[in-house]
Write a protein that binds this ligand. Structure first.
Ligand code: ZN
Length: 249
């Protein structure tokens, strides 16, 4: 019998949702590449985005998180469009490229979307979830409440930007996820979309340096962590940098 992972908050209603709006709005590829879990056995596994939403949240709680999907979707559309323009018009004058305003993102909604996705991927696995999880594979109440915006992220936990020189822009919707594991706990995750990198940390003390993760692209290890992340900018020539995404907190 499937249950809702937000059930500890109460008010479950409408049966277990089968809505798949993430796959329809967010990812054209409808799959996410997952690595770093033992069940991946050293290679990236592809997980259907639809399997991330089906039968794990009731209708009420699924609907309650839809603003998160909308925000992530808007950001990924903007990144997709930005990459498309950079790929097809590499010779556009720098002035025209500077003139483009950055995409403004509601950082708190996006941060909660990363948490929701991390929870979806960690659900039912052989790991405690977060600092306070008491039962393997079960989302603890504090993370449910953070995900639904009822309480803030604890201390310095939350979304980090992971900036690195020489970022490669992917021409396809490549979405990568790898969990931050410590012993038998999931304490965060790495996310990459078309080369744009984010870390979600569940550690209240914060992340000062990138954790060493086996099998993860070397660029990650050189990344500088930005928290709170305010702006992602790209260098388009050795003199010119343009703002691409501005995060509104
Ligand atoms: Zn529910």
């Amino acid at each position: 019998m499937p249950t809702c992972w937000a059930g500890s908050m109460g008010n479950c209603n409408g049966g277990i949702s089968r809505e798949h709006y993430i796959s329809k709005s967010l990812f054209k590829s409808s799959a996410i590449s997952v690595e770093g879990f033992p069940w991946c056995k050293g290679t990236a596994r592809t997980v259907g985005i639809e399997s991330l939403t089906a039968k794990i949240l009731c209708q009420t709680h699924n609907n309650g998180l839809s603003p998160l999907d909308k925000e992530a979707s808007a950001l990924f559309d903007a990144i997709r469009e930005w990459c498309r323009r950079e790929n097809i018009r590499p010779n556009t004058s720098p002035l025209a490229r500077i003139a483009r305003p950055p995409t403004v993102v509601n950082a708190r909604l996006l941060e909660r979307w990363f948490l929701k996705t991390l929870l979806n991927l960690s659900l039912g696995r052989d790991y405690f979830i977060g600092v306070h999880g008491l039962e393997k594979g079960v989302v603890p109440l504090d993370l449910v409440q953070i995900c639904f915006g009822e309480i803030p992220f604890d201390g310095a936990s939350g979304m980090y930007g992971a900036a690195h020189a020489g970022m490669m822009i992917a021409s396809h919707d490549t979405v990568m996820f790898a969990p931050l594991l410590r012993e038998d706990r999931v304490l965060g995750g790495l996310f990459e979309f078309r080369g744009f990198r984010f870390v979600l940390s569940l550690l209240p003390d914060g992340l000062q340096t990138m954790p060493q993760l086996e099998g993860v692209d070397a660029g990650w290890q050189q990344a500088k962590l930005l928290h709170p992340i305010e702006l992602i900018q790209m260098q388009i020539s050795h003199l010119i940098t343009v703002p691409v995404i501005r995060f509104k907190w």
